[in-house]
Design a binder for this molecule. Structure first.
Ligand SMILES: CC(=O)[C@@H](O)[C@H](O)COP(=O)(O)O
Ligand SMILES: NCC(=O)COP(=O)(O)O
Length: 237
């Protein structure tokens, strides 16, 4: 079984568009877990355009499944992670002004930095995952820096699958096989959807967790949040 972690960034985007508290982020976090999601993911960005740092703190008492905080390990972000002590931190190398995450780590170039951050997170019992493209050298690098898991950056797969190119899965399968051999857990995320999730899951050995936000919230506009969470869970069995 692969765990579904619902990324609630888009709920915060909607809330912030009117400056009030509708929809209520904490209520949505409670509800997705009640509907069956096995985790909640947030990705606070430096400009707090969706998730605010205070949201991350408020969620600590609300998330009773796996709490996953994603972001670029700059000082402010790391201090927030240490304060919240989530189940997992996913390190993502996105630029301050990035529209969304757009690349995985170069785990070789940033080896020393990643090693230091991961060691500190581990000493606080926070599981570490590194966002990577499906490139074998980067997976080996993730092992060398001491990460517990990798998160495969799935945007390219999703875009190609939409065009009918099923072969785009091959590097992801190979990356997951190598991660399994090295003893690294495998997560995945970015642009996963009801259309592509089953094919992705079926081709990735030992896929432990997917974090899904943009498509899941969009699909919920038509199908309802409870229904959509359950549709994903069925496809991830
Ligand atoms: C790390 C990742 O894959 C991203 O999908 C991210 O968590 C989404 O962030 P935004 O909601 O800011 O696009
Ligand atoms: N780590 C990926 C994530 O949390 C959600 O990405 P997306 O589904 O919003 O593209």
């Amino acid at each position: 079984m692969t765990k579904l972690s619902v990324n609630i960034n888009k709920i915060a985007t909607l809330r912030n568009s009117r400056g009030g508290d509708v929809p209520n982020l904490l209520q949505v976090a409670k509800d997705v877990q009640k509907f069956g999601a096995q985790g909640v993911t947030i990705h606070p960005r430096p400009d707090e355009r969706h998730i605010r740092y205070q949201d991350a703190r408020d969620l600590v008492d609300v998330v009773y499944t796996e709490y996953n905080i994603e972001g670029n390990p700059m000082d402010n972000f790391l201090n927030l992670v240490y304060e919240c002590a989530p189940t997992q931190v996913t390190l993502v190398p996105d630029a301050v002004d990035a529209l969304t995450s757009n690349a995985g780590w170069d785990t070789i170039k940033h080896k020393a930095f990643l090693q230091e951050v991961i060691q500190e997170c581990k000493s606080r019992n926070i599981r570490t995952s590194i966002f990577v493209d499906p490139v074998l050298e980067m997976i080996e690098g993730a092992k060398l820096v001491g990460a517990d898991r990798i998160e495969l950056y799935t945007e390219h797969f999703a875009a190609e699958y939409t065009k009918g190119n099923e072969k785009a899965i091959i590097p992801y399968t190979k990356a997951a096989e190598l991660a399994n051999e090295l003893g690294l857990g495998v997560n995945a995320g970015h642009d996963l959807s009801l259309d592509n999730i089953e094919f992705f899951k079926n081709n990735i050995p030992n896929l432990l967790e997917v974090s899904i936000g943009h498509a899941l919230i969009s699909e919920s506009l038509y199908l309802g949040l409870e229904n959509v969470v359950n549709m994903y869970i069925r496809k991830l069995q």
